[in-house]
Ligand binder design. Structure first.
Ligand SMILES: [Zn+2]
Length: 258
């Protein structure tokens, strides 16, 4: 990759903005002889070195140069440009060009345009925080989850001292789990990975949300209800789900082979 010129790099990046997104996992590709990869949320082109005059040429190609602090999508301080709905980001160490949806890099705007879920998390009001916690529990929608990624640190600080109460289970642990879901989303991990970590995932609700489908049931001598085997509709992973009751119903999700 040594020897790539600024012009070649800009031309390669223009093609990166048109690359497809994989449903899950990682996709390797080559554009103009340059090798890169795509995960669920970004196209990454590693660079041996940033060609001289790339910044100037990028300014000419995409206009205003923005600066962003580290986000969950990008590990270091970056400069980036807007190209349509995408952001073209230049990452310093290790050097790489990363193309990702621009709205995931932009700071949440002050006032008006903040997503309602983010605003509730930052409100300092226990009831509003909890309504956001349950909204995040029940969704895989990027329109809800993506705005939370750049706001994660602010949400952690704003919710640290909020009184959330909770019977039997502290609602702060539910809050922690909701934020873990946002981290899974940011890392490009399918959100079915959250099921084994919490006992409130009702398979009936999850299948109603079109997140899983129940493929069969398995008798369980210890419980009134047979276990259900659920398949994730996004990635195909399967779980056997035991339902029990102790003060309230709980569900235990265990990954299974088939
Ligand atoms: Zn999945």
């Amino acid at each position: 990759m040594t020897g790539v010129t600024a012009g070649q790099l800009v031309a390669a990046v223009e093609q990166m903005t048109g690359l497809p997104w994989p449903d899950d996992g990682r996709l390797d590709w080559e554009v103009d002889g340059l090798a890169g990869h795509t995960d669920v949320h970004r196209h990454v082109l590693p660079l041996a070195a940033v060609p001289s005059s790339f910044l100037d040429l990028a300014d000419r190609s995409w206009g205003t140069r923005h600066r962003a602090g580290a986000s969950r999508f990008i590990d270091s301080e970056v400069v980036w440009w807007r190209s349509g709905d995408d952001a073209v980001a230049l990452v310093g160490t290790p050097a790489a060009v990363v193309v990702l949806p621009a709205r995931w890099l932009a700071e949440p705007p002050a006032g008006g345009g903040v997503s309602p879920v983010v605003a509730d998390f930052l409100s300092g009001d226990g009831e509003r925080v909890l309504s956001s916690v349950w909204a995040v529990f029940g969704t895989r929608d990027p329109e809800v989850l993506a705005p939370l990624v750049p706001a994660l640190r602010a949400v952690e600080e704003a919710t640290a001292d909020v009184e959330l109460g909770g019977l039997l289970v502290s609602n702060h642990s539910n809050l922690e789990h909701a934020l873990d879901r946002v981290r899974l989303f940011a890392a490009g991990t399918c959100l079915c990975a959250a099921y084994p970590a919490h006992q409130f995932y009702d398979p009936a609700k999850e299948s109603g949300r079109r997140h899983v489908r129940v493929v069969r049931t398995v008798p369980n001598d210890r419980q009134w209800v047979p276990d259900r085997v659920c398949e994730c509709l996004d990635c195909g992973r399967r779980f056997q789900v035991e339902q029990g009751e102790y003060h309230y119903p709980w569900w235990k999700w265990t990954p299974v082979a088939g």
